[in-house]
Structures are given as structure tokens and as C-alpha cells.
Design a protein around this ligand. Structure first.
Ligand code: UD1
Ligand code: CA
Length: 487
């Protein structure tokens, strides 16, 4: 069952994809009986990480999510993820997205697939096997692989790729153009190592051939059972094997270390940037903008250099975001500006301006036309329409009305260090807070009220009241205010 040593082609010649004439198909496999196995039990030693490899993050989602996403378009009747190293974490991340099988000892990719037999044998006519560390696979490529196996009645079809640097991958061996085996790099001769057609680790098998053959896999010197040995096994039985080269070799990228993780991130970012641009978003410098997969941006918005859009961020039309901004789980309306600022877990209605150098976070909502200038921080607060907060201010746990002017240096003192309690501040419509106002919560400033510069407001200020000093005292009513008690 070992792979033949005859590599067939001259080592540097590009591989020829000669598909032999088909054997009569042994079994018609209706699409509804396609089963899938995703291998995710390995330790991922080369990542040098405590986290299981398949849970490392790419564009805001774990590696494994991308594999399942690509698979989803084939609508397999069953998907089994083989877990082992860090099984509890991987199962928790999976939720009910797929079934799982447990590989107690990581005895190689062949052994890993065997763990799924009990769940799939007799239920699926075809089995697609993918490695959980290959996040760049595209649905169309998987469709082509499944179609090629069916078309040629092959025992197995494998996805290959012709790459510039094949280091680290198994090489596809061909004789007279026909696939005869897959050889791991450590077992390859220098001549074989020079082959540039690699095994991507995606296979489609005829199920009735796969399960018995897996049991016959030889144990290698290192104690492992290699799934790749099935290729030579099929050939030695006179069964057909086809290799389908990926249209874009980047799809074959397997993540074994952090360098490859970064390469995958770059490839995914390229795809996401293109997707957004094609949908009408201007990226002034695409290479410096980073998107998580779930981000939605409406057309005619411009993203300026150095900007990260993360989590479930949603941005409306005609906004200008950046330069150098980070939005995470932000919901942004239309015509907003976010300039060199951070917006996280917060909402901006339409026509909101933030920045430069401001921070809108955790539960903040800025209503239409709010203007935040520089060094403003808003947390767990609502700012009413057209409220301005230009410089050096902090509003936390506050309900602020519309058309309020927040003077430079205004702070909500919302945290009592002794009781360790946070309290709310409420500010009515049209209030004007003087520079350096300290609002010692819980406290209420009435509609149309004014605080003097440096006021330390420890007691409620009535509507239209003018409060000054430390602690602030109400000295008069605002000029032009109506009769006492009016709002
Ligand atoms: C494997 C292939 C190689 C191919 C490359 C593509 C084999 C023997 N080699 O090498 O031909 O070019 O992928 O990326 O298959 N796993 C388990 N249980 C195990 C061992 C591995 O679930 O006992 C899982 C891993 O979690 C991983 C996947 O299988 O997701 C591949 O294993 P890995 O060790 O990364 O294989 P490579 O050395 O990359
Ligand atoms: Ca790998």
C-alpha cells in the first residue's frame, strides 16, 4: 500500500491533469446521501498554542467555521467533526452546527476518519473528508470535486493544487499523468520534493470502498495511519483515482503555524475587501482595511486607511469611516463620520460625527446629529439628537436629552469607590454644562438648566436653573426662561 516511488513526471514539469476514461460507475450516489467528515482532533503542535488549532481566529471566526461554511453549500446529509485535542472547547464552539466523533488518541488522519464510521457507514453513499485547518476552500471547488468523482466513477477524488512553494505538504505522484499516490514530504526524495502539485487534504470517497479500506491502512513507523495511503491502495486495487486541481492554489492552504495563519488572514481579507468594493463600498487603501466576515457596509460609504471593522458591525450609506478607526459590534446609521476613533458595542443613529480620538463603547447610543469631538468617551449612555460634546469629556451611565451642550472637561462621576456602585446621571433637553462640570451621580440636571464652569453638581438642578460652585448651588433661573416650573 505504500506509494510508488516512480514519480512519472520530470520533477519541475507542471503536472498534467490527465483523467483516465471512466470505469462503469459502481453505484449512483444521490446527492442527499453525501456525508462529510471534518478532521479537527490534532494537537496543532506547530501553532505553539494552548488553544486548539481549529479554534484560532480568522476574520472574527474560528478556522473550523470556514470549513463548515464551505461545506454547508453542499448540504451534506450529515457532517461529523472528529474532535480530540481540546475536545471540550471544540465541541462548545461547534454547538449544534455538526455531529462529533471523539478520537481519543491522535493516531493520524486515516485513524481520525475511522472514528466517523459508526455515524456514517450505511447512511451515506459518498463521504467528503476535509481537514479542519484548511479555511480557504470555496464551495464551487468542493462541488467540482464531488462532481468529478461521480463523473469518473472513481473510488476517490482528491483536491490538489499546483503551488510555487510546496514545502510541508504531501506531493501528488503521477505516472504518465495518472495519479498513483500521495507522498508526505518527510518520505520524499529530493526529486519528489521538487514536485509542485500538492495534496490539499480534501477528498471525496465512494463510501462502500472507503470504510473497509480504512481498516486495511498500514500503521506507519511513527505510529500513525495516513489517510493519504488510500490513494496508492485504490490504484493497487485497479480502482480509479482522480485529482482535481484547485482553480486558485491558495484554497489548498493548510494552517500548521502562525505564519500560515497570517497568510490565510491575508487571503480572506483580500476576498472580503473585494466583496465590499463590488457591493459599492469605497476602500481608499484596501490593504490597510480589515473586515470580519459578518460585517455589513452599505454602498457609497468610504472606508479610509487603517480601519478595522469587526464583529457584527453594520454601517449605513454615505458614511466616512477612518482613517485609523476600529468599530466592533457597532451599528452605524447613514451619513456618519468616525474619524480616528473606536466604537464598540454601541450604536450611532444617522448624521453622527465622532472624533478624532474618541471612544464610544458598551451600550452607548448616539441619536441623530450627535457631535462628538476629540477625547470624548461615552459608555452605557444615550445622547439625544443634536447633542454636542466637543472636547475632553466622559459620560458614563447617563441619559442625556436632545440639543444639550456638554462643555469641555465635563465628567459624570458615576462610580462610588466606597460602595463600588455605579449610579446614573440624567440631563434634560437643551441643558448647557459649563466647562469642567463634575456630575456626581446619582444626579439630575433639568431641561434647559445651566451649570457654571467648574461646578461640582451633587444635587439635582431644576429645569432652567443656573447652578454654580463647589458643591453647586442654584443661584438663579436661566435668562429668557418661562415661569418657574416650566420645562
Ligand atoms: C496533511 C496531509 C498532507 C497534506 C496536508 C494538507 C496526511 C498524512 N497528510 O498533512 O498530505 O498535504 O495535510 O494540508 O494526511 N488530525 C486529526 N487526527 C489526527 C491527526 C490529524 O484529527 O490523528 C487532523 C488535524 O487536526 C488537522 C488535519 O487532520 O486538522 C490534518 O492534520 P495535520 O497534522 O495538519 O496534517 P499535515 O501534516 O498538514
Ligand atoms: Ca495541516
Amino acid at each position: 500500500m505504500t506509494a510508488p516511488s516512480d514519480v512519472g513526471e520530470s520533477p519541475t514539469a507542471p503536472a498534467r491533469y490527465v483523467v483516465p476514461p471512466p470505469d462503469p460507475p459502481t453505484r449512483a450516489a444521490p446527492p442527499s446521501t453525501l456525508g462529510a467528515v471534518v478532521l479537527a482532533a490534532g494537537q496543532g503542535t506547530r501553532m505553539r498554542s494552548r488553544r486548539p488549532k481549529v479554534l484560532h481566529d480568522l476574520a472574527g471566526r474560528p478556522l473550523l467555521w470556514f470549513v463548515l461554511q464551505a461545506l454547508g453549500s453542499l448540504q451534506p446529509s450529515q457532517t461529523v467533526v472528529v474532535v480530540g485535542h481540546g475536545a471540550d472547547e471544540v465541541r462548545a464552539a461547534l454547538g449544534d452546527a455538526a455531529q462529533h466523533a471523539y478520537q481519543a488518541e491522535q493516531l493520524g488522519t486515516g485513524h481520525a476518519v475511522t472514528q466517523a464510521e459508526a455515524l456514517l457507514a450505511g447512511r451515506c453513499a459518498e463521504v467528503l473528508v476535509l481537514y479542519g485547518d484548511s479555511p480557504l476552500l470555496q464551495p464551487a471547488t468542493l462541488h467540482a470535486l464531488v462532481a468529478a468523482r461521480r463523473e469518473h466513477g472513481a473510488a476517490l477524488a482528491l483536491l490538489s493544487a499546483v503551488v510555487d512553494d510546496p514545502t510541508g505538504y504531501g506531493r501528488v505522484l503521477r505516472r504518465d499523468g495518472t495519479v498513483v499516490g500521495v507522498l508526505e514530504e518527510r518520505e520524499a526524495s529530493p526529486e519528489q520534493r521538487a514536485l509542485r502539485e500538492i495534496n490539499s487534504g480534501v477528498y471525496c470517497f465512494a463510501a462502500d470502498w472507503l470504510w473497509p479500506c480504512l481498516r486495511g491502512l498500514p500503521r506507519r513507523g511513527n505510529g500513525e495511519y495516513y489517510l493519504t495511503d488510500l490513494v496508492a491502495a485504490a490504484v493497487s486495487e485497479g480502482r480509479r483515482v482522480v485529482a482535481v486541481p484547485a482553480g486558485d492554489p491558495v484554497e489548498a492552504l493548510g494552517i500548521n503555524d502562525r505564519v500560515q495563519l497570517a497568510q490565510a488572514e491575508q487571503a480572506i481579507q483580500r476576498r472580503l475587501r473585494e466583496q465590499h468594493m463590488r457591493q459599492g463600498v469605497t476602500l481608499r487603501d484596501p490593504d490597510s482595511c480589515f473586515f470580519d466576515v459578518d460585517v455589513v457596509v452599505e454602498p457609497d460609504t468610504t472606508i479610509l486607511p487603517g480601519t478595522l471593522l469587526q464583529g457584527r458591525t453594520r454601517i449605513g450609506r454615505d458614511c466616512v469611516i477612518g482613517p485609523h478607526s476600529r468599530l466592533r459590534n457597532a451599528v452605524v446609521g447613514e451619513r456618519c463620520v468616525v474619524d480616528a476613533s473606536v466604537v464598540a458595542d454601541a450604536e450611532l443613529a444617522d448624521d453622527v460625527h465622532v472624533g478624532p480620538f474618541s471612544h464610544v463603547r458598551g451600550g452607548a447610543r448616539l441619536e441623530q446629529g450627535v457631535f462628538l469631538g476629540n477625547f470624548a468617551e461615552v459608555k452605557n449612555s444615550r445622547l439625544g439628537a443634536r447633542t454636542h460634546m466637543h472636547h475632553f469629556s466622559y459620560l458614563g451611565d447617563a441619559d442625556v436629552g436632545a440639543d444639550v451642550n456638554v462643555g469641555a472637561g465635563t465628567i459624570t462621576c458615576n462610580f462610588d469607590s466606597e460602595s463600588r456602585q455605579k449610579s446614573r446621571t440624567t440631563i434634560g433637553d437643551r441643558a448647557a454644562l459649563g466647562s469642567d462640570t463634575m456630575l456626581v451621580a446619582p444626579v439630575h440636571v433639568g431641561a434647559g438648566a445651566i451649570t457654571g464652569a467648574g461646578a461640582v453638581v451633587t444635587r439635582d438642578v431644576p429645569p432652567e436653573g443656573v447652578a454654580v460652585g463647589i458643591p453647586a448651588k442654584v443661584v438663579r433661573r436661566r435668562r429668557g426662561a418661562g415661569p418657574a416650573g416650566s420645562q
